[in-house]
Write a protein that binds this ligand. Structure first.
Ligand SMILES: CC(C)(COP(=O)(O)OP(=O)(O)OC[C@H]1O[C@@H](n2cnc3c(N)ncnc32)[C@H](O)[C@@H]1OP(=O)(O)O)[C@@H](O)C(=O)NCCC(=O)NCCS
Length: 232
């Protein structure tokens, strides 16, 4: 695994989130999720209180502003259904289900990069920083729910698993799922209702995982064997 810093352009640095980053993070959210209220100060304080070392930002050094963030928590995946919503897995964005004593999975709750700073490797650096944390904590994988904002245009033409297969083979490009695939995530399954507000993805997401090859999996922990609430 290459070091996260090697993917950052000159003039940017990676660190954990501090309180002074909250306004910048809210501004990035407004830009990338215009239909959703941004993280509040109280929510970001809660993330930091629960798991400070799992909240990463990339800062633009000249302005000292955060231009990207990656927010994670440690969960015991067996406590969930495969198609649980983001709201459920993050305990209503409180991260109150962060369970470092029993959890085996680093959950990627969000990855955001300011549109003015995208396509420079910042998303990849934030992804690799979280993977370094998973390795340091001897967690055997990361799991997340990937938006697929290109799918809205295809929802009447292709079932979600066919759309994902086309994105994987490269015949379709999705602005978010393609980025995750390029960053070494695997798709486990399409799920509905993970982010109900996400009209661009037609309410669909892909459960994705990345395996820490240095750490053997606990028995019977395969995410894609978790029961679902809803049929595909
Ligand atoms: C997804 C996101 C975090 C990527 O951030 P980024 O800093 O632009 O990504 P990077 O520059 O590190 O690119 C990483 C890889 O993804 C690819 N990629 C990034 N954006 C892409 C796009 N729109 N389409 C296709 N590929 C893309 C890059 O080409 C690169 O792969 P490569 O090196 O093999 O070419 C960013 O687009 C974003 O914030 N999106 C909106 C918020 C969101 O939906 N987050 C995901 C929640 S699940």
């Amino acid at each position: 695994m290459t070091s996260p810093a090697t993917h950052l352009p000159a003039g940017y640095s990676l660190r954990v989130m501090e309180e002074r980053d909250h306004p910048s993070i809210a501004a990035i959210c407004k830009a990338v999720y215009p239909n959703e209220p941004p993280y509040s100060h109280a929510e970001l304080v809660a993330h930091h209180r629960v798991f400070p070392e799992g909240q990463f930002v990339v800062q633009h050094d000249e302005s000292q502003r955060a231009v990207g963030g990656h927010f994670t928590l440690i969960v015991r995946m067996k406590s969930f259904f495969l198609d649980d919503s983001w709201e459920t897995v993050t305990a209503g964005d409180t991260f109150a289900d962060h369970d470092p004593a029993h959890g085996e999975t680093l959950y990627g709750a969000d990855l955001i990069v300011d549109p003015n700073h995208q396509h420079h490797g910042i998303g990849r650096a934030l992804t690799l920083a979280a993977r370094e944390l998973a390795v340091a904590r001897r967690l055997w994988r990361m799991v997340g729910g990937s938006r697929m904002p290109g799918y809205g245009k295809y929802v009447n033409a292709l079932p979600p698993d066919t759309y994902i297969a086309r994105v994987k083979e490269g015949t379709l490009v999705d602005p978010v799922l393609t980025a995750h695939l390029h960053d070494g995530w695997d798709v486990l399954a399409p799920i509905r209702g993970y982010l109900p507000f996400d009209v661009e993805s037609a309410g669909w997401s892909a459960v994705i995982d990345w395996i820490n090859q240095n750490c053997p999996p606990p028995a019977g922990e395969e995410v894609d064997r978790l029961p679902r609430h809803r049929p595909l």
